[in-house]
Design a protein around this ligand. Structure first.
Ligand SMILES: Cc1ncc(COP(=O)(O)O)c(C=O)c1O
Ligand SMILES: N[C@@H](CCCC[NH3+])C(=O)O
Length: 415
């Protein structure tokens, strides 16, 4: 069941007409469905059944504290990549002992704060970082739990900008070097090795790359065993893709079964870091048609949401579905490039879309719950959009629209 569906040709978010929410809060506007978020999280959790596991929601996909709070109430863990994300998790009521800290550039201050609140584990991305964590933990009189992020050199078959598990990517430590780095970690007084980590990319629509990566990780685990290093958990990262158009990514059940089959001789706790698979299809971006115009043969629908609000099409040429909010209106269908107000030719939400619209109508870009609001900016001095979460028949404002004077609030002129 799709919680964004049409009822009498009106797009609904759960039980609330999207049109009413847009009238109340204005556009551009992100709307999320709580029931969808919960269903997606449970799909991962149930997929691993009784096997010891922890689902750590990837905060970067959507860091709004209302979303994090929904996750926290489900008992979720969190995958973070900055102190900002850590503080958000804590502000949202998340449990520090279920936080995994990834990221290639952790600063001393970030490491110290994570140790102070007692996170579950650092996913270490280089030998230099390992040394730094040991030093900071030493100064604080603590022992830091770590796992090494292994870069298995596997092609994730996804967009090159969101592939992370190839030799040429900056992430993790190569499988060849990892054994040495683990040996070093075993000697450090303020480090406790607890696991191994591997995240090969985002929007993966096939199982095979996950399985290939797991095979490489298993070889390394065997080497560590020979070195007397035993692990408690294996973190297989995030990356499971979603349907934006016609992709058919594996269901979490299929994904979990394949991984657990491969790991049947290894009684380790499994940690996962899904982001997109939980949030993408739990959100839409609602935008108003400001103008229709034609330049030569091309029809443009100029809308009030731009690449500053949703950068995925501009950055990755990502396809995202665009639909009418009100299908009762009798309009002539036309093929449009749906473009935003930003002064960049890459500012589009979708190209070559058949839509039946007129000036003033509302459109919804689907699958916008992941890496939408999260990656938005103030470019062209446009305020951040409002965000709403629908819970059954109620729409709650979870971020108010930024005011114009807040745009220069951090700035000052010379005396
Ligand atoms: C380390 C790490 N974990 C988890 C994720 C979440 O990925 P996704 O949103 O594709 O599940 C990412 C983003 O690719 C990541 O870099
Ligand atoms: N921002 C990317 C995903 C990157 C995931 C982070 N490692 C997207 O929108 O598809």
């Amino acid at each position: 069941m799709d919680f964004f569906h049409y009822q009498q040709n009106q797009l609904m978010a759960e039980q609330v007409p999207v049109k009413h929410i847009a009238e109340q809060f204005g556009t551009p506007l992100y709307i999320y469905s709580r029931a969808t978020l919960e269903r997606h999280w449970h799909a991962f959790d149930k997929a691993f059944g009784h096997h010891p596991h922890l689902i750590c929601f990837a905060v970067k996909s959507n860091p709004n504290i209302a979303i994090l709070n929904v996750m926290a109430k489900l008992g979720s863990g969190f995958d973070i990549v900055s102190q900002g994300e850590l503080e958000r998790v804590l502000a949202a009521g998340g449990d520090a002992s279920k936080v995994i800290f990834s990221g290639v550039a952790k600063t001393e201050a970030e490491i110290a704060r994570a140790l102070e609140v007692g996170i579950r584990c650092f996913n270490v991305e280089s030998e230099a970082e390992l040394e730094r964590i040991n030093q900071v933990a030493g100064k604080l009189g603590k022992v830091a739990p770590i796992s090494l992020r292994v870069n298995p050199d596997v092609d994730a078959h996804t967009h090159p900008y969101i592939s992370t598990g190839l030799k040429e990517n900056k992430f993790g430590v190569s499988v060849e070097q990892a054994r040495e780095v683990y040996r070093r970690a075993a000697q450090l007084a303020h480090i406790k090795i607890t696991g191994m980590d591997c995240h090969i990319g985002s929007q993966l629509t096939e199982l095979q790359p996950f399985l290939d990566a797991t095979d490489r990780v298993i070889v390394l685990m065997e080497q560590l065993k020979a070195d007397g290093i035993e692990l408690e958990h294996l973190d297989l990262g995030g990356g499971l893709g979603v349907t934006y158009r016609d992709e058919t990514p594996p269901h979490p059940t299929e994904y979990a079964k394949a991984l657990l089959d491969k790991l049947k001789d290894y009684p380790l706790e499994i940690i996962l870091e899904p982001g997109r698979a939980i949030t993408a299809n739990a959100g839409i971006l609602v935008t108003k048609v400001e103008y229709l115009k034609r330049n030569g043969d091309i029809h443009f629908a100029i809308v009030d949401a731009g690449m500053n609000d949703m950068i995925r099409p501009a950055l990755y040429e990502a396809y995202m579905n665009i639909i009418e909010v009100d299908r009762n209106l009798t309009r002539e269908p036309q093929v449009y490039n749906v473009v935003g107000p930003i002064c960049e030719s890459s500012d589009f939400l979708g190209k070559q879309r058949t839509l039946a619209i007129a000036q003033g109508d509302l459109l919804a870009q689907r699958s916008a719950g992941a890496y939408g609001a999260s990656m938005s900016s103030n470019y062209n001095s446009r305020p951040l959009t409002a965000e709403v979460m629908v819970d059954d028949d109620k729409a709650h404002l979870i971020r108010r629209r930024q005011n114009l004077d807040e745009l220069w609030q951090l700035e000052s002129v010379l005396p």
